[in-house]
Design a binder for this molecule. Structure first.
Ligand code: CTP
Ligand code: CA
Length: 222
């Protein structure tokens, strides 16, 4: 109902997003993952489509319906998410990394169920590739937007990620304000400073983020 009332601020733009957690298999029935419902990423994909963008959504394991008009690619691991992103990347104007990507994966994935029997078990982990940092470092990089969910020192960490990963914008929130729920309280960190969005449901927050991205892309050197 609201879709045609919204200004089409992303008309003609192509937007690629990641959303949800990744799952790093340990054996056929177990793995490492992050707490992420995927709701913020899916709300943002829906808001981008409503703003007139052509949207591709690379989703980790979540139980959410695909927003209308959005092309969806389902993945499990960070390595698969990276592959899907690189495959979909050519021609994209905007990349938004909302996914809670697992920072590490088990060095080995057992082909069969790991059996108990020892009093302790040590897992060896290897670092996963940083997908958004890799995208933003490319010579043909789209406008890149990252997310930072922190448990403390939000401004310091979010700003550090924006500068360190060469992102145009970082959407920061304290995890106690957003995780799993239907509402979120975010602050937008860009080259001009920090902009607090009023706490609202995730679809309203998504529209605010879309409006900010559109404004930044109209600003030279934004
Ligand atoms: N990200 C990514 N690939 C990774 C890790 C993170 O693309 N392997 C992206 C996330 O989607 C998010 C941003 O980077 O947009 C920040 O993720 P976050 O986990 O907060 O930052 P990290 O750089 O992993 O730092 P840390 O977890 O130590 O805070
Ligand atoms: Ca991380």
């Amino acid at each position: 109902l609201h879709a045609f009332l919204l200004p089409k601020v992303l008309a003609g733009k192509r937007v690629l997003l990641t959303a949800g957690p990744t799952f790093e298999a340990l054996d056929p029935v177990r793995g490492l993952t992050n707490s992420s419902s995927g709701k913020m990423g899916f709300a943002l994909a829906r808001a981008c489509a409503a703003a007139g963008a052509q949207v591709t959504l690379v989703a980790g394991p979540v139980s959410l319906a695909t927003p209308r008009g959005v092309r969806r690619m389902d993945v499990q691991s960070a390595a698969q998410m990276r592959e899907a992103v690189l495959q979909a990347l050519p021609g994209q104007d905007i990349f938004i990394g909302v996914a809670a990507v697992a920072d590490y994966r088990p060095r080995q994935t057992a082909a069969h169920k790991i059996k108990k029997g020892t009093s302790s078990l040590t897992l060896e982990l290897d670092a996963n590739p940083d997908i958004i940092a890799e995208v933003a470092a490319r010579s043909d990089a789209p406008f890149c937007v990252g997310f930072a969910a922190e448990s403390r020192d939000l401004a310091t960490y979010a700003e550090g990620k924006r500068v360190g990963k060469k992102l145009g914008l970082v959407v920061g929130n304290l995890i106690q304000d957003g995780l799993g729920g239907d509402t979120n309280a975010v602050t937008l960190f860009d080259a001009t400073g920090a902009h607090v969005l009023p706490p609202a449901d995730k679809s309203e927050v998504a529209r605010g983020i879309v409006a900010h991205i559109a404004a930044l892309m109209e600003t030279p050197h934004g």
